[in-house]
Design a protein around this ligand. Structure first.
Ligand SMILES: NC(=O)c1ccc[n+]([C@@H]2O[C@H](COP(=O)([O-])OP(=O)(O)OC[C@H]3O[C@@H](n4cnc5c(N)ncnc54)[C@H](O)[C@@H]3O)[C@@H](O)[C@H]2O)c1
Length: 308
């Protein structure tokens, strides 16, 4: 999801883009497919990652590949191999081939549930999921490679990302994007969580832009390597209302599932609080631009243009 928007933004400014992914190029949308080179590689495979970096020689690596929940929780050893081992492989390849900058997409799932409002940038990262553990581990590895080998590692921590192209089952919060996308396609959608479940989001175009801005920032302006980012807040009902505004006649129903809700209330307690992102604003001019309504409008428009 993020990779597609990131590729579009990089291509639009004239960059050459190589995508490294375990998935085949055929999964890429038509507007990107013929404009990028694709390297098939498994992040957990040292030789494949190194070979990909050696042959493409990037100036910047946006390290955004990951195994997400619930897959990361069902296959925790694979999650470790892909998310932690993959980060080591990327950092090692960056060190060996003098890649200028490594920009990493981290997550507020590195924080525990029950956060204070305006969660500080340096709040204790004590995640409750394997996913969160692997992401916080990747942050610390990036800082280590920066300290020890001068690899220019930078990370942004995202809330739940709203956007087109969200894969069903990739993140428990995927339903928040899928309800918009499926309704825009004219399909019905069934929600399993309560109407008043409130989460915080960042729209995918803001998320992709933030990675570029962070990568472009002058090194001298950075006061940390890992930055909280904030976005907007929305309840399930507010998302549904926004969908109905932009897709009249949208067919949305609720079939409450207590187990699903429990996961959201416990594992996703860390995307229910505002993030203090003043460091990102001050150091590299970060500012989210999309509100809920603008995000839903843009997502619906993107689906109608066939650009998911
Ligand atoms: N989606 C969210 O709500 C959210 C929130 C916070 C942080 N993030 C982070 O943002 C990044 C991008 O998220 P997304 O929503 O675009 O996820 P996504 O699932 O759409 O994309 C992840 C990509 O990683 C690839 N991948 C998975 N395993 C791989 C492997 N072994 N080798 C190579 N590639 C592999 C997948 O094929 C996929 O293209 C991830 O690092 C994620 O942790 C996402």
């Amino acid at each position: 999801m993020v990779g597609r928007q990131l590729s579009r933004l990089l291509l639009a400014r004239g960059d050459t883009v190589s995508i490294m992914d375990v998935a085949p190029a055929s999964r890429l949308p038509a507007d990107i497919r013929d404009r990028v080179s694709v390297v098939r590689a498994d992040l957990s495979n040292w030789a494949e990652v190194t070979d990909g970096v050696r042959t493409t020689r990037p100036d910047t690596i946006y390290h955004i590949g990951a195994l997400m929940p619930p897959a990361s929780e069902q296959a925790h050893a694979t999650a470790y191999a892909v998310n932690v081992g993959g980060t080591v492989n990327v950092l090692e390849a960056a060190r060996l081939f003098n890649v200028g900058t490594v920009v990493y997409s981290s997550t507020t799932a590195t924080f525990p549930p029950g956060l204070p409002e305006d969660c500080p940038n340096n709040y204790a990262q004590m995640p409750v999921t394997m996913y969160g553990v692997t992401k916080v581990c990747s942050e610390r590895l990036g800082e280590y490679y920066h300290r020890r080998y001068n690899v220019d590692f930078r990370a942004a921590r995202f809330l739940s990302i709203l956007g087109p192209g969200r894969v069903a089952g990739s993140g428990w919060s995927a339903y928040t994007s899928l309800v918009i996308e499926e309704c825009a396609k004219g399909n019905p959608y069934v929600l399993k969580v309560s109407r008043d479940l409130r989460l915080r989001f960042i729209y995918v175009k803001d998320a992709a832009l933030s990675l570029i801005r962070l990568g472009d920032a002058a090194d001298s302006s950075l006061t940390t390597r890992c930055y909280n980012l904030d976005g907007f807040s929305a309840s399930t009902e507010e998302i549904v209302d926004a969908v109905r505004r932009h897709v009249p006649g949208a067919r949305i129903s609720y079939e409450f599932d207590a187990d699903y809700q429990r996961v959201m209330d416990t594992q996703y307690g860390n995307i229910q609080r505002r993030m203090d992102d003043r460091l990102a604003c001050r150091d590299w001019g970060w500012q989210a631009s999309y509100t809920l309504d603008e995000a839903v409008r843009d997502l619906v428009e993107t689906v109608r243009q066939g650009l998911t």
